[in-house]
Design a protein around this ligand. Structure first.
Ligand SMILES: NC(=O)c1ccc[n+]([C@@H]2O[C@H](COP(=O)([O-])OP(=O)(O)OC[C@H]3O[C@@H](n4cnc5c(N)ncnc54)[C@H](O)[C@@H]3O)[C@@H](O)[C@H]2O)c1
Length: 444
């Protein structure tokens, strides 16, 4: 029996503009992939919104529509793209430079389309991303003025493109580590800090503020603080806009949030987890700077603590030594290699080891996440889901949650939460996996 629908969802009418902050490897691979899929030249593998089904009702009912047929999402043909980047390369040049997609099979064939996507001048300051330099940069007397210029970009893009709705996804470099401080405490302190050019207000926060002021949802694909600050959460709630982050969960952390729940489910101990990566793209170069790496490290380290709960299980996880390294190694480009050595122990304390060697492609894993986030954030907005979108934790290494809650990191709990939220939105029953009714002991 279906529960009554909890909200009315505005239809996905007209075009949806996806504004990417950053037009590097992830953003150009995402945009190119959508266009290739639209032209029937590639398949959107890795995307739940395009590929996944959702079970409805009992197993015996055999109802499992595609998610995109179940919830009212924008279609790929309705997407329009824009971006900001301090590097003036258009999407065609960016795709060639980052070298993720095959030049002849996947880039030249859509050159006409990609060449037209040129980045708007960015709000950029090298203080926050030490290893980058860019010429396509806005100037202004104060951070407030720069943020107002971003608001104007958003309005102009909307009117020129004829989009009905917009979403902003941060696909730009990882900024230096910033702890939440007095400037981020309230909207008033945040706005004062923008006027005063306070150094704890990073460019990513200005994009987030601008998007929220224009009532545009904002998803953060990097580990920067950005919208994970009380001032911006308050602004999102006040203006009824969807926000979320942080840091796309793609390679090593995705694996980590699948393996660690397995150890915990079987009550196997973990004494050490050593994770290292080699990565040769621009992201790898940026993360070679210790200040940007610290932001990433915090995001990558947190997951085990929450999943394994060492305070609750001190014998099993209390002594866990966890180390994460990212090494910039140019020959590999975007083809990251992530190694994990995991020291575990079982019955009577006997040690065992697991080794993982994930030869992945960073942007190939991240691009479908950008698509899903854009479509689901737009859905959330149309459904009146304001503020932090915890149900989209599935996509993030370091999910934002309401104050007082700890984040859920287990990939399959996140997956269940996402699908149950879609069922909830559409007035369908939650799936509990209880299933006693099929057995004698479940009958009255
Ligand atoms: N690829 C993955 O698997 C993955 C996973 C998690 C997070 N991320 C994060 O996603 C982001 C993008 O990764 P990428 O591989 O595309 O990196 P990239 O270096 O290829 O692209 C980032 C782009 O952002 C631009 N940029 C930097 N500061 C900016 C600003 N203030 N405004 C606008 N543009 C700005 C840079 O010039 C660059 O072109 C990084 O922060 C990365 O850490 C990627």
């Amino acid at each position: 029996m279906a529960e009554s629908s909890v909200r009315s969802i505005a239809p996905a009418k007209g075009k949806l503009g996806v504004l990417c902050v950053g037009l590097g490897a992830v953003a150009s691979t995402f945009i190119a992939g959508v266009e290739l899929a639209r032209r029937g030249k590639a398949r959107p593998f890795g995307s739940l919104t395009q590929m996944a089904t959702i079970r409805l009702g009992k197993r015996t009912e055999q109802r499992a529509p595609l998610i995109k047929d179940f919830v009212p999402l924008a279609g790929l043909d309705d997407l329009v793209f824009g971006a900001w980047d301090p590097i003036p390369d258009n999407a065609y040049e960016a795709a060639l430079k980052c070298g993720v997609l095959d030049r002849h099979e996947h880039v030249e064939v859509i050159r006409d389309f990609l060449s037209k996507i040129t980045p708007m001048p960015a709000v950029f300051d090298q203080h926050y991303v030490k290893r980058l330099q860019g010429s396509n940069v806005k100037t202004g007397k104060s951070k407030r003025e720069l943020a107002e210029a971003l608001r104007k970009d958003i309005r102009d893009f909307k009117s020129k493109s004829g989009c009905e709705r917009l979403v902003v996804v941060w696909c730009a470099s990882t900024e230096i580590f910033i702890s939440p401080g007095p400037a981020h405490e309230s909207l008033a302190s945040f706005e004062r800090a923008m006027e005063a050019n306070d150094p704890t207000i990073a460019p990513s926060m200005l994009y987030a503020w601008a998007a929220l002021m224009e009532n545009v949802p904002f998803a953060n694909g990097a580990p920067n603080l950005t919208v994970d600050a009380p001032a911006l959460v308050a602004l999102a709630e006040q203006r009824r806009v969807a926000i979320g982050g942080k840091d796309f969960k793609t390679g090593q952390t995705m694996v980590k949030t699948v393996l660690s729940p397995m150890f915990k489910a079987r009550m196997l101990g973990v004494s050490g987890w050593y994770s290292t990566n080699i990565l040769g793209n621009r992201d790898g170069e940026v993360l070679d700077d210790p200040e940007s790496f610290k932001t990433k490290e915090e995001s990558k380290l947190g997951v085990l603590e929450y999943i394994l709960q060492p305070k609750m299980y001190p014998e099993l996880y209390g002594q866990l030594y966890h180390k994460v390294r990212i090494n910039y190694y140019p020959p590999r480009g975007d083809n990251k290699e992530g190694w994990d050595n995991i020291d575990i122990f079982g019955w009577c304390g006997y040690p065992m080891q697991i080794k993982v060697d994930f030869l992945c492609r960073d942007s190939i894993l991240a691009a479908p996440l950008v698509l899903d986030l854009a479509l689901f954030f737009d859905l959330a907005q149309r459904a009146g889901f304001a503020g932090v979108q915890e149900w989209l934790s599935f996509y993030f290494k370091s999910p934002q949650v309401a104050p007082g809650l700890y984040p859920e990191h287990d990939l399959f709990i996140q997956h269940t939460k996402l699908k149950n939220t879609l069922r909830y939105l559409m007035g369908e029953e939650q799936i509990t996996h209880l299933g006693v009714e099929y057995y004698e002991y479940g009958k009255d």
